[in-house]
Design a protein around this ligand. Structure first.
Ligand code: MN
Length: 304
């Protein structure tokens, strides 16, 4: 990621009221303080904070968050101190940068599968949320992790393993907790092959065709559903489909002795409507076309 590309993204995403000057100053400062530093990938270091900022632009975060993302590694990897950031960018940006820096101290216990079950990771996740004070800090941290996972192949194998496990046990559940299901799936699918290479290969060799065929199927399904609901006079606010991500499929198969036929949510369609009445209307229309499986229906409106 270079600055011109990021700026273009910002222009396309935000109106003129966005503080472009702040972003330019953050870039100038970060570029200078990371001067000469390289990523393990051989790219200039500045490409990393810019990529993290771009991921946050895609999610329409505010200008102080984008600036803080550009600055998020400054305090750690350069001669500048948090006070330098505060003097130049004010308390809000400095607070966000300091928050991200503080979270670097929260580390997943070195390769400890037992931490999955003994509650230690749950405590770490809670600690992160409490530490952060501001949800924007967590969002910067999650995008930082997403970009680091995308470029993980350049690290040494033992570092790769530690970071992949940490992503599966801490960051993906955190994303899920915040309602970011797509990000959770992305993080897990980047970490899964690194953390469990044999299991990943095994699963892919078994399930590739099925999954791709199902994705194609669900893509054809959406127009049909739109038509059905139109006829039932149910207005759709949003409709989208997903295929189950690799890691969550593997976790589920572990519970079902590897039997794919017992996994009922390899694909899912989510329909958003504006009222309870339309929700039941949609369900009725869908069941009219595809009869439900007895015992598989959950009504979280009647039984929250
Ligand atoms: Mn970083």
């Amino acid at each position: 990621m270079d600055f011109a590309t990021l700026q273009e993204k910002i222009r396309q995403t935000y109106g003129p009221s966005f503080d472009h000057g702040l972003i330019e100053r953050a870039y100038a400062f970060a570029k200078e303080s990371h001067e000469g530093q390289m990523r393990k990938s051989g790219e200039e270091f500045i490409s990393h904070p810019l990529a993290v900022a771009a991921l946050l632009v895609e999610r329409k975060l505010d200008a102080p968050t984008i600036a803080a993302a550009i600055l998020h590694d400054v305090a750690e990897d350069s001669p500048y101190t948090p006070k330098d950031v505060q003097d130049r960018f004010g308390p809000e940006v400095a607070f966000l940068v300091a928050g991200v820096t503080k979270l670097k101290g929260v580390r997943y216990p070195e390769f400890a599968p037992s931490a999955r079950t003994d509650g230690r990771t749950e405590n770490l996740r809670k600690m992160m949320l409490a530490f952060a004070e501001d949800i924007r800090v967590i969002l910067i941290k999650l995008m930082d992790r997403l970009h680091n996972m995308e470029t993980i192949s350049f690290l040494k194998p033992d570092a790769q393993k530690r970071i992949a496990h940490e992503t599966l046990e801490m960051y993906a559940p955190l994303a899920n907790r915040l309602g970011m299901g797509e990000l959770k799936g992305q993080l897990e699918d980047l970490a899964f092959p690194v953390a469990y290479p044999n299991e990943y290969r095994e699963l892919k060799s078994r399930a590739t065709e099925t999954l791709e065929a199902r994705l194609a199927f669900v893509a054809r399904l959406i127009p049909t559903i739109r038509e059905l609901l139109e006829r039932a006079a149910v207005p759709i606010l949003d409709i989208h489909a997903r295929a189950k991500h690799w890691y969550s499929l593997w976790k589920k198969l572990e519970r079902y002795e590897g039997n794919v036929d017992r996994v009922y949510d390899l694909i899912a369609v989510r329909i958003i409507v504006d009222s309870v009445e339309h929700c039941y209307g949609a369900l009725g229309a869908i069941h009219g076309a595809w009869p439900p499986l007895p015992g598989r229906i959950k009504d979280f409106i009647a039984l929250p």
